[in-house]
Design a protein around this ligand. Sequence first.
Ligand SMILES: [Fe+2]
Ligand SMILES: [Fe+2]
Length: 357
Amino acid sequence: MSNNSRRKFLKQSGALLAASTLPLTMVELAFGKGSEDTFTFAYISDSHITQIKGNKFVRNWDRGLTRAVAEANLLDPRPDFVFYGGDIAQLGKPEEIDHGLEILGALRGKTHYVMGEHDYYVDLGDYWRKQLGPDHYSFDHKGVHFVVLNSILTHESWMHQKWDSGMDRMKQMARLDNPNGQPFMVGDAQRDWLKKDLDKVSKDTPVVVFSHSPLQKIYKGWNFWTDDAEQVQALLKPFDKVTVLYGHVHQIQTNQIGNISFHSAMATAWPWPYPATYRQKASYMPRLTVDMNRADPFFERDATGWQFIDVHSGRADVNYILPDNTNRKVVFDEKAGHPVDTKYQEPDKRIPPQKHF
Ligand SMILES: [Fe+2]
Ligand SMILES: [Fe+2]
């Protein structure tokens, strides 16, 4: 993206934001320095469309998604595609998925989707796949290799045990701090597929991976966690530049593990508090490279908002535009080798990247 067009985008997004306090989660990425290989895409996530009864849905969540779609359609320059980060539905009902897709159907251009646990556990993803196709695949776009993973699978024995109903299983998985829940995982079959897929990609190609849960271990009690994260990270390790973008956590998180930069997307529905504020087991909390500024529990839209990312030659600079807060910018620092929050963290207070996961 040229400086001119970037300014244009920033100007426009600022103007849109000023007119809106509604939540949306959007990410823009621009790759490459030359004009030919530069492109952008938008990122919307976690709408949790919730059916009340019949054709009545929770209006607030509808509005968040509707607004995100409307503003994505106004992006200038036009994004090459839109990415949806999972949890279209709250309880995975066909009515909720249909309603969400109806709203998302107004998006201009191609949309890619990742599976969220709220889309999956009622029927193990049958309806979602029927509407949207495979839950893991890869594609190449202007010199970048994109991978979509279903990271919210869990143990087969748990998924296929004798449940009273699929909804019973869904409600177990949809809760936080549920002792009957299970950890998410990408699983053996998909990791085998990923290995074969990445074998065909040269190591200097920028790789961007989309998952729903973070492909790192943040907090197990809330499933801000992927159980086989280390194995997935090992497959990504040979590449020079890797970015993992994920939804699910409904808050801003940034981290650097080895060669991999992690960035979360905000939800269009609601923000979760920081797991640090709820944690019961200190041992499960890594120190993230960049923590989020605290969400205001009395402002339901706090920690939701715009985000867009400029990726220069495969490195991501993330611009978080919060509706009622000071905006944030988390930039990959080539010298430091990890993202730094240029808005909130003074150089001497920045947390170094974690090493142990
Ligand atoms: Fe979610
Ligand atoms: Fe989720």
